[in-house]
Ligand binder design. Structure first.
Ligand code: 4NP
Length: 156
């Protein structure tokens, strides 16, 4: 049995928030020499961007902070509940969709909200930056950096 923790970050389109969360998380565990302890992926509840790279605005904002986002968008599937230990929703709508998708009661317990790990900001969700200006993407990255740090500390 593997003792790795597998974590799936989920947003709506899997082109802004969750691929950025994946990139930030991967960077933090790399700096921590803890890469071998985790399997990390991201997905979206909406499959309309499947196969796409992250949104160019998010890629640009992330790269400025040293995160090179190269994952391809995919839709979350029921089988993800067999693969992942922790499934992290970016907002309440993502959370509700994941709870609905969970095949069993036990699988529902794998779903949590990213904002539960945000401690430096008083916010209960990671806002969708898709229709926002550049500052929306910076704010999402601020939230993700804070939450990923605390998530790693919580699951390690
Ligand atoms: P994400 O942002 O859920 O953070 O990836 C969005 C990306 C695309 C759309 C909405 C939100 N969309 O409507 O296409």
């Amino acid at each position: 049995m593997s003792c790795k923790k597998s974590i799936l970050f989920v947003c709506l389109g899997n082109i802004c928030r969750s691929p950025a969360a994946e990139g930030v998380f991967n960077s933090l565990i790399k700096n921590d020499s803890a890469e071998e302890l985790f399997i990390v992926d991201s997905a979206g509840t909406y499959g309309g961007h499947a196969g796409d790279l992250p949104d160019s605005r998010m890629r640009k904002a992330a790269l400025k902070r040293g995160y090179d986002l190269t994952s391809r968008s995919r839709k979350v599937i029921t089988n993800d509940f067999d693969i992942f230990d922790i499934i992290v929703a970016m907002d309440d709508s993502n959370y509700d969709n994941l709870i609905e998708l969970a095949p069993t009661i036990e699988d529902r317990d794998k779903v949590c909200k990213f904002a539960d790990y945000i401690i430096s900001y008083d916010i209960d969700h990671v806002p969708d930056p898709y229709y926002e200006g550049a500052e929306g993407f910076e704010y999402v990255l601020d939230l993700l950096e804070d939450g990923c740090k605390n998530l790693i500390a919580a699951v390690k």
